[in-house]
Design a protein around this ligand. Structure first.
Ligand code: F6P
Length: 543
């Protein structure tokens, strides 16, 4: 069984454009069109995106518009927003957009059951938030630490939200515990006390091994510290009420969000409770409003002006026709230090798939590897490869005008560096210029050659006036929809994550072998390398 996801005519046109683009480079696109910057820069809900330093051109956009018509992109987008079963393997809609539009103001949606579920989830979040706030305010010992236990989508978005919006003078801390590796947990518990600590366990399924083990360890610590009824005191956020009850969370401490909210799309729900408790509900509502505004743009704007579609078209072009295996994201703002991890899950878990919708093998590159970091740190680690490496990596720079501190000269330096890097990637430096620059220094030919930069390396820039709840919401929704478009172009289901199951299942078989426990034979025979690693670990553990 196979199906062709890119029609021949479109594939041919894109291949021809890639040949042209590889020959002529991005700089010549500027020479050919004085209006290039205006044409390929968009200002949407405070998010200013400049695609002009990429290979975007009228011709390229035109082919992707044909592609969009061919796959009936408008209908697919409508199916997402209207609650159709876009997650075909799990037979669910993916309605994170509804969480930020519970009043159904922006997008017509007729399924009243889903609307009610969204409204109910938000009402419960508001109510529980008030209750918890009031409970906390009556305590003799104030809460100084929140331990947020959750992994992947049950943590990364909340961490971005908290780090991006918390004030520099915020003294209350959220400790995000995801990994089963206990190094962080041990360090956190060493500095916490049950009296002043609030524990929030977040798990869509409430079956995730790491989360349950971490919660249990915190419960044991709680008792050792003289606390009583630990799990009864914990707050549980989940889509599976029964599993949270089975684990021992008290009924009145459970907050439920709907099944149709995917883990990596759940930052808009009660999953963000820990951050909401510190930032306030007004702030969270602004965050939802910013995302809803981006939803409106995505839903209502034709593809030729739609920043989510254009960004995804470029991602697709780079991955499939320009040979880029990865895409780098550099946030020039420390408040966005966890954004890359969040986007890695968003894109790689959504679109890292080798099967098409109908089950046939993917016949194109699906998600790229996403990587990156924070500027200017990255300039002193990975930028050598960005400028002179042999496999050009398309990149994205995120700049925020106003900082959340008073040291304006630092901000000026930061922004100057961000813009300069995008300029350097584009312009490069020819041998002739290099000779001229160093004419007084008597440099060898070898050194001169090594100072040449090819340039013509694609980047796009996302600029925010300020990083507030609204702009953060719009930014994250931009990336969500871009990921959705990527999945539509690749003809895959962006909303399941079957690829994480096998490793989890094998871990259950490896552990008894490592501990020499149980007689059961693994249901899948382990390869010689893994068996030998287990043996080696057993030897080393005995030392
Ligand atoms: O292992 C992958 C995954 O299922 C993610 O999709 C999800 O965000 C994470 O694990 C955590 O799952 P849960 O919220 O059910 O604990």
């Amino acid at each position: 069984m196979s199906s062709q996801s890119i029609p021949d005519q479109i594939r041919n046109s894109l291949s021809k454009l890639a040949t042209r683009d590889n020959q002529q480079g991005i700089r010549s696109l500027f020479e050919q069109d004085d209006l290039r910057v205006d044409k390929f820069t968009f200002d949407v809900e405070g998010i200013y995106v400049d695609f002009s330093k990429s290979h975007l051109s009228d011709e390229l956009l035109d082919v992707y518009l044909q592609f969009a018509r061919h796959i009936d992109f408008t209908d697919k987008r409508h199916r997402l927003f209207s609650g159709e079963m876009v997650n075909s393997t799990e037979q669910r809609p993916a309605l994170h957009t509804l969480l930020r539009d519970a009043d159904n103001q922006q997008i017509e949606m007729s399924n009243t059951t889903l609307l009610q579920q969204a409204a109910l989830a938000k009402a419960q979040l508001n109510q529980r938030f008030d209750e918890i706030q009031s409970r906390l305010s009556k305590r003799s010992t104030p809460i100084t630490d929140i331990i947020h236990v959750g992994i992947g989508g049950s943590s990364l978005g909340t961490q971005v939200l908290f780090e991006a919006l918390t004030g520099v003078d915020e003294h209350r801390k959220i400790h995000f515990i995801g990994n089963v590796d206990a190094h962080k947990l041990v360090a956190v518990l060493a500095n916490c006390h049950p009296e002043s600590t609030l524990v929030i366990g977040v798990s869509k399924t409430f079956t995730t091994a790491e989360t349950l083990q971490n919660l249990q360890t915190i419960a044991d610590w709680w008792v050792q510290q003289g606390g009583i009824d630990p799990i009864g005191n914990f707050i549980g956020v989940t889509a599976n009420h029964a599993n949270a009850i089975d684990f021992g969370i008290n009924q009145e401490n459970i907050m439920v969000f709907p099944e149709w909210v995917g883990g990596r799309y759940s930052v808009w729900s009660s999953v963000s409770l820990s951050a909401i408790l510190l930032l306030g509900m007004e702030c969270f509502d602004e965050f939802l409003s910013g995302a809803a505004a981006m939803d409106k743009h995505f839903y209502q704007t034709q593809e030729s002006q739609n920043i989510c579609f254009i960004a995804a078209a470029l991602d697709h072009y780079y991955a499939n026709f320009m040979g880029a295996g990865s895409r780098a994201i550099f946030a020039y703002d420390d408040r966005l230090r966890s954004l890359v991890s969040y986007l890695q899950q968003l894109e790689m878990e959504s679109n890292g798939k080798d099967r098409q919708f109908d089950g046939s093998p993917a016949d194109q590159q699906t998600a790229s590897v996403i990587w990156g970091g924070v500027g200017t740190d990255v300039q002193h680690s990975v930028f050598q490869l960005m400028h002179q490496g042999t496999s050009p990596v398309p990149s994205e720079f995120i700049l925020v005008c106003s900082p959340n501190h008073h040291l304006q000269d630092h901000q000026d330096e930061l922004l100057a560096n961000g813009v300069a890097q995008t300029a350097a990637l584009l312009s490069g430096q020819s041998l002739a210029t290099t000779r001229k620059l160093y004419q007084d220094e008597n440099l060898s030919e070898l050194v001169l050659q090594s100072k040449v930069f090819s340039g013509n390396r694609a980047s796009s820039t996302v600029l925010l006036e300020k990083l507030d709840a609204y702009s953060l919401g719009a930014l994250l929704a931009f990336y969500e929809h871009r990921t959705f478009c990527g999945g539509v172009l690749a003809n895959i289901n962006s909303f399941d994550q079957m690829g994480v199951e096998l490793g989890k299942r094998l871990a259950k078989q490896v552990k008894p072998l490592l501990l020499d426990e149980g007689d059961e034979q693994p249901d899948q025979s382990l390869d010689p390398s893994s068996i030998s690693l287990i043996e080696k670990l057993k030897q080393l553990r005995q030392i």
